[in-house]
Design a protein around this ligand. Sequence first.
Ligand code: NAD
Ligand code: TDX
Length: 332
Amino acid sequence: MGRILVTGGAGFIGSNFVHYVLENTDDSVTVLDSLTYAGNRASLDGLPSDRFNLVVGDIRDSNLVDGLFADHEQVVHYAAESHNDNSLHDPRPFLETNIVGTYTLLEAARKHGNRFHHISTDEVYGDLELDDPQRFTENTPYNPSSPYSSTKAGSDLLVRAWVRSFGVLATISNCSNNYGPYQHVEKFIPRQITNVLGGVRPKLYGAGLNVRDWIHADDHSSAVLAILNSGVIGETYLIGADGEKNNKEVVEMILEQLGQPTDAYDHVVDRAGHDLRYAIDSSKLRSELGWLPQFSDFAAGLSSTIEWYRDNEAWWLPQKQATEARYAVQGQ
Ligand code: NAD
Ligand code: TDX
């Protein structure tokens, strides 16, 4: 029984992890989250108060971070600016949170000797051709495309340097695209689900042939717990569930599951520098730590995600108008 500090635990994947830990272990959790536009207290509603608390604060606040690291043995670091489109329009918050924020946490881990797990993304590896038989592995060279992915790559490299130079007890994971409940409506799948629920046609960037490798957020959580418990210090683990689909296929599935014609979507202006394809080879995680994804049926996982958005309009409706206003300015 331990106490885990989770940065960014009011965001999409962090909040799913907090629910997962509280439901599947005896551990307690403290969330440190500054509640940006992407953080939502309501994602943590109903958690047991004897095993969970939320500290509202910034990961760049070194005094606050120092006190929390002194009180927690294990830290899982999810906090980030996470949306590629936003990073193209205003990169500064990405540099601040993803680079300076991670640096601040690493200095605290160095001082207090915490077990530190850094959450990252497959986007640090750049993209693949559609017909490339190779997938990303832990040995793929870094080649990020966007301000977002370059700041995540920078944060990964900081972690590696703090392990090597200062002996920080860190591990890193790079995961593919997550889907599930509590995801902000700026992201692809929730944006299209909530568009259709509101009578608006889904919006595909460009031709819609870009491929993402989808994994359910609960499978990401079980992988992170496996790494936290058994991962080797200094190692990187790729997390993926063999879920490659192009964006057009995903939109067609959403339309079909919501009883609409499968061609009832619009093509809009493409994202600048839009990565073509991500694909993860997670053999290392599977063979060394015995991890296996549980959500192998994407259609079923998508269906339960659609149900969640249908049942939780009060969670997403307040963000929807402002999000779509931002996209409208960009012609998307
Ligand atoms: P999100 O945007 O939904 O949540 C980010 C959270 O971090 C929010 O709650 C926000 O309030 C908090 N935060 C932001 N800046 C902060 C700061 N300076 N101090 C404290 N808290 C701050 O993001 P997400 O999609 O849940 O992603 C979580 C992590 O997982 C990120 O590190 C991201 O790079 C990584 N990741 C995401 C995906 C994906 O598909 N979404 C895939 C792989 C890796
Ligand atoms: O309206 C849209 N239409 C569309 O076609 C939106 C919002 C997106 N897209 C496309 C762009 C991508 O090819 O869908 C795909 C997924 O887009 P996002 O949800 O913005 O995700 P992506 O850019 O792939 O990055 C996500 O996965 C990796 C997360 O946002 C990152 O935080 C994570 O690192």
